[in-house]
Ligand binder design. Sequence first.
Ligand SMILES: Nc1nc2c(ncn2[C@@H]2O[C@H](COP(=O)(O)OP(=O)(O)OP(=O)(O)O)[C@@H](O)[C@H]2O)c(=O)[nH]1
Ligand SMILES: [Mg+2]
Length: 506
Amino acid sequence: MIDRKGITQYVIVGKHQQILLPDDIQKYRIGKGRLKGLRLVHTHLQNESLTQDDLMDLVFLRLDLISAITVAKNGIPDRIYSAHLLHEVSNNMNWEILPPVKYGNLNIDCHKLILSLEEEFAKKAPIQKVEGADRAILISVTTAPKGPALESMEELKELARSSGTYVVDSIVQHRKAAPRYLLGKGKLSELVILALQRGASLLIFDQNLNPSQVRSITDTTELKVIDRTQLILDIFARRARTREGKIQVELAQLKYLLPRLIEKNTAMSRLTGGIGGRGPGETKLEINRRRVRDRLRHLEKELRTVRKQRAQRRARRKKQGLPIISIIGYTTAGKSTLLNTLTKSDILTENRLFATLDPTSRRLRFPRDTEVIITDTVGFIRDLPKDLVAAFRATLEELEDADLLLHVIDISNPRITQQIESVEQILESLRLTTVPTLRVLNKEDLVEKDFAERKCRALNAIAISARHTKTLKPLIEAMETRIRHTRRLDKATTEYFRQDKQDKTG
Ligand SMILES: Nc1nc2c(ncn2[C@@H]2O[C@H](COP(=O)(O)OP(=O)(O)OP(=O)(O)O)[C@@H](O)[C@H]2O)c(=O)[nH]1
Ligand SMILES: [Mg+2]
């Protein structure tokens, strides 16, 4: 392997069918839109030209150039076959194979060729600088019908945007997920070229990947690979503010990470000629795992302490006896905006998914003088990662104390039906379906009046615009009526049981 200065960096001895490339060629990091900085010159003992595997290595390693030297009968070098990547697909191929030349007649200015290639790649994708943002390609491999697949992709884009990632392209592949790479190897190679053209360093999959898929795709493409769950975890990690929130997110992240810790930096891990080989490295892996487990134990202990404090707070609140209204709903439905408008507060609201992670409570006095506590909660999402639900269980369990849940729904969102379903599923899994719930259709200002009215009837809901106080009157009245009603019922039940007890003891 020869670097840009023409210096031989690696001499590798292998078998006639395959060679094992050292892992530390990874240190030849691929910059944005840049090639590897290494060209691979190897021998073909049979008199054959570049093979499909050679070309795949060219693509997946983004080599500057790949050459094969064949051997003549008398054992001296014969012909040289070379190929390089192309910034544009021509004849359905991402590479150009140069005409073979006799050894000794080689007359390519490699350096100049490589530089001009890189220039072409750079020209094709002028890379706008996005401060600190990863540039990502989003991929979905699915057998779902077109509509839902695209909608899911839209949500993934939103998630990516919320995590501060810059999306350069998105691809939906309609096929059954292949076990190893999810996509076929050919498609994967196109993806690598696309990443090169667009200067992307990150692949985000809409489907959840199992640990060995992450490993195969990462190893093969040398791009960072994450899935939807990891993206959500990442957003949560950026958003957590309180001690408890941070512990919960880190717990979820580590639990997710543990089975995915793989032996990295083994001496030799890449096998050219296809099949990936795995070297030693267990020791390193074990150390990492142990460290993660220790950290998990530590966090769990800390969480227990924080939870005790939370339980005390909860008990105090109960003793105060004020009714509690909890605002729940899909992320960006407008929960925090509603709390702000109702209580004239200014907690963070943002046009991003998961703006709120840590619950906030405020007091609210209704016109007829009922006083309540109103709380804002973390937003829900379809397929909320189970480690996250587990980590946030304590926070979410507080919803049990609520006298009324306000389910805020974004009426302007095209995925409204799925969003309602997702929220209701999560409520079910948290066993919260017995708490009285009021459906609130928010952002009515963004849809036609007719549509809002029809939806209200169909869903037995109240339409509002959380940004506009004027629109909240019917909602406030409904909340107050409901609260008075449940409280009266509560009182009646307490009274009934008191009487019952007295009757029995008396
Ligand atoms: N047009 C319009 N936009 C609204 C309305 N209510 C909220 N929004 C906007 O919707 C976005 C999300 O609002 P948030 O209140 O942060 O939503 P949330 O439900 O708290 O979201 P998470 O905390 O991420 O779960 C913000 O950009 C709000 O300004 C509304 O009635 N009309
Ligand atoms: Mg919020």
